[in-house]
Write a protein that binds this ligand. Sequence first.
Ligand code: LMR
Length: 398
Amino acid sequence: MTADAPLFTGLTDQAADGLLALMLAYRADARPDKLDLGIGVYRDDNGATPVMAAVKAAERLLVEAQPTKVYLGVDGDVDYVRRLAAIPFGADRAADERLIGMQTPGGTGALRLAAELIAANTAPRRVWIGAPTWANHIPIFRAAGVEIAAHPLFDPLTQSLDLDGMVAALETAGAGDALLLHGCCHNPAGIDFTPDQWERIADVAARRRLIPIVDLAYQGLGRGLEADAHGTRLLFDRCETLLLAYSCDKNFGLYRERTGALWAKAPDAASASRLHIAMRNPARSAWSMPPDHGAAVVRIILERDDLTREWRAELEQMRLRVLGLRESLAALHPALAGLRAQTGMFAMLPISHDAVMALRRDHGIYIADDGRLNVAGLTEANIPRLGAALAPWLGGRR
Ligand code: LMR
């Protein structure tokens, strides 16, 4: 660029994030009967994403009682962090003096902070990530300067999990390598490890001295709040250290409030405070202090037994609704039967990229480019329409 050329000219084309591009394409589609099964958002029978009743009640209390908007500090709302910790870890581990945590802007903020921590404090600066994974995982770690090592995980066309391939790859990992794991309800594959499968993963992670980074963004939407935390708790018990990136977007329905947390288990109590400072510094230079509203709402819900009960009941209702939709989807065609064994909001359809594009072009049905469908965006009323559009593409046809 010459010294007097206009700035920001000569930029090269960059690939847009697939899910964000999909949101824009859906919005731009003028067809009134278009169907959004792309971005991961829970919808009710009317296709709406209402604010949960427990959240509304907590918000009313917050508006009445909040005395100030003054900064809370880099850790955010520490009572939120403390109370929330018991949901993924259980009360005993949450009180363990080796565990430190801080509030983050959403699960993405937690993952980015974890990535910065790995980049600045480990020698390999490497993270193992299964294929496929959430569209934003690799960009987040790359942006922090962490090298990506891929391990096999799931083949959508055969709907099969390759745990042997995963473990074999991890046997080649070295001490201090990070390992990114979806705590439950894998995004995009819908797979959930069984307790036996978690044992194998925890075993290789502990033996190879890996740093598990658990991304837990759907707790309560898979097999239930407790069962969905099984892998996280096992890794906490088995591994020297562990990072947990948590999101309240889906299970509290707080999406736009960007409500998350990052916890780290230090190897011993003496190193916990140094690890805490190592987490605070990149947070300070990225967002300084996190936004308050969503965390305050979650804290109020968890402070009050009545609201906690209401939240748990609403979440369970959502979980059961998604399970029912998954069952109806799986019943559409024998090629979809494998979806029954999966959990959570997502499934990858066993169809080609051409099929994904044809659904969009010919039917106004939007699913992600990799064939991921947001099961939670379906309604019993629109499943037959999806089935008709999918029929030509399933079971090895076309
Ligand atoms: C998704 O995967 O659709 C959600 O987690 C939303 C997002 O930010 O991508």
